[in-house]
Write a protein that binds this ligand. Structure first.
Ligand code: SF4
Length: 498
């Protein structure tokens, strides 16, 4: 019998086939999404050590350095002594193994005991955390480690970083002692069932379904769907057509949106179906021009790029706060003359104040400020206003001028190549084919922009690489607002021509 790690047991809870593939065919897994999650977990783990061991007396069990066997042996000694905090302590028993994020020496009824704390980068306790904690507590107890308490610590979003590496208050603890211990019998059943699956000579026959994304997006989706013939226009390309409706249609053997009966569809969904089936473009040019007519000049086109940190790095900021490090602003006047301005801060200091001041200086005091899906831009400006009361009135005045181009696009334009999406990246190649994000070198979307920003402000990044990133970020963000300008012009000027 092999010893299954806690993550394997949790994988089994999601899908027995996933567990089997994790063990026997791990090379089939797509790990693209996990790298970022891993990095965030790492940062939170580092901070947890500074919070729970401010004097630095504790011991970190380094699995990479020691290997599993040594890690378990070293952990057993430290847990037996019960003298100093232990981080990543390895425990093995009952066919399972687990590493505890934080173990703090304690006592219970006069005997040595441990406070066990699992640290998560999420902002609340999720159901799958409860499974995780139950496994952890079971393995510890089965390994003979006495636990005085079992808790889960997650990020407290109300925490404001006071600076100087002081992260006390970043984590919020939830006591799950009773619940964790009460589920020991359940955990034993999971381990036994997972052991049976792990020992199967062939992968279990399990079809893909909603469970593939709950609670985690499974990395084996491409493998499991390899033989599935995807319809040209899947049901998922219908806007706001939820997964339960999709499942109902699939039960009826309907997989292509063009075959969904109209009585199951909203007006917007019928429009998408009709123009997809006819391979035609929907463009209400008169309506679009009428929508834009009330908005005069100069016309501003604004887009922010933001970063957020589970562990805030700048004084006065909160966990997961959207912090703008860049914006692009095109200004179009009545004569058709177009200017571009931008802001980008790669110094590694908090860019918020300079960003807000630059925005206020550039936006003047009149004229619409167009954004695409403008709720995001307004939220960012409101955050800035809250953070800098002296700039609040000026920022609120800009917010009052914001006009969202997305609802206009959604009600006036649709091309089948959009596949049910009105994101600017879906609309642009259809409406303005000569412009494309694919032409950009390096950064081509918001996630790539954040990764590039993080790399640029990292201490080890060379000036040459930083310059390269700067060029890429400027080109990317500039295209976002230029795309808005071109859409605006198409919507404003096409009446009577289409
Ligand atoms: S993709 Fe779905 S069916 Fe395949 S292993 Fe993952 S969860 Fe299981």
């Amino acid at each position: 019998m092999r010893n299954l790690s806690k993550s394997k047991i949790i994988a089994y809870r999601q899908c027995p086939k996933r567990l089997w593939l994790e063990i026997h065919r791990p090379e089939l897994r797509d790990d693209t999404a996990s790298e970022m999650v891993f990095q965030i977990g790492h940062q939170v783990g580092d901070v947890a050590r500074s919070i729970y061991d401010p004097e630095g007396l504790g011991v970190l069990i380094d699995i990479q350095e020691l290997g599993h066997e040594q890690a378990f042996a070293r952990s057993a000694v430290l847990l037996g002594n019960c003298e100093v905090p232990v981080f990543e302590a390895g425990m093995i028993a009952d066919g399972a193994l687990a590493y505890a994020d934080v173990m703090l020496p304690d006592s219970q009824n006069g005997a040595n005991a441990w406070k066990m704390i699992e640290v998560k980068s999420s902002t609340s306790v999720k159901d799958y955390h409860r499974d995780d904690i139950a496994v952890q507590a079971h393995v510890a107890t089965a390994a003979g480690v006495r636990l005085s308490s079992v808790s889960l610590a997650h990020i407290d979003t109300s925490f404001v970083y006071p600076g100087n590496g002081d992260y006390r208050g970043l984590l919020k603890e939830n006591d799950l002692t009773e619940e964790a211990h009460s589920r020991s019998g359940e955990v034993q059943e999971w381990i036994a069932a997972a052991q049976t699956v792990a020992a199967l000579p062939e992968e279990p026959a399990i079809a893909t379904g909603p469970h593939c994304n709950e609670p985690f997006s499974c990395g084996f989706c491409d493998y499991c769907n390899r033989d599935k013939v995807r319809p040209e226009y899947p049901l998922s390309s219908l806007p706001r057509f939820g997964s339960s409706k999709q499942a109902r249609m699939e039960d009826l053997g309907i997989e292509d949106l063009r075959n969904v009966p109209d009585e199951h569809l909203s007006a917007l969904q019928i429009l998408v179906k009709k123009h997809t089936a006819d391979a035609t473009v929907f463009f209400d040019a008169e309506g679009a021009a009428a929508d834009l007519a009330p908005h005069g000049f100069p016309a501003y086109f604004l887009d922010f790029e933001t970063a957020m940190f589970a562990v805030p790095i700048w004084k006065g900021t909160r966990p997961y706060q959207q912090i703008p490090f860049q914006f692009s602003l095109h200004i179009l006047d009545e004569s058709g003359s177009l200017q571009h301005h931008g802001f980008l801060d790669l110094t590694g200091d908090d860019p918020s104040l300079a960003c807000a001041q630059s925005l206020i200086n550039l936006c003047g005091d009149r004229g619409p400020v167009f954004a695409y899906n403008a709720g995001f831009e307004c939220r960012v400006m409101r955050e800035l206003a809250g953070h800098f009361p002296e700039l609040a009135a000026s920022l609120e005045a800009i917010i009052a001028r914001v006009v969202d181009l997305l609802p206009i696009a959604r009600s006036r334009y649709y091309h089948p190549s959009q596949h049910g999406s009105w994101s600017i990246k879906a609309v642009l190649p259809a409406a303005v084919p000569e412009l494309s994000y694919g032409q950009l070198e390096g950064v081509q979307d918001g996630n790539m922009a954040v990764v590039a920003f993080m790399e640029a402000i990292a201490p080890g990044t060379t000036p040459e690489r930083k310059n390269e990133i700067e060029r890429q970020l400027v080109s990317y963000c500039q295209l976002d607002t230029f795309a808005m300008v071109r859409l605006y012009q198409l919507f404003r000027d096409s009446a009577g021509r289409v």
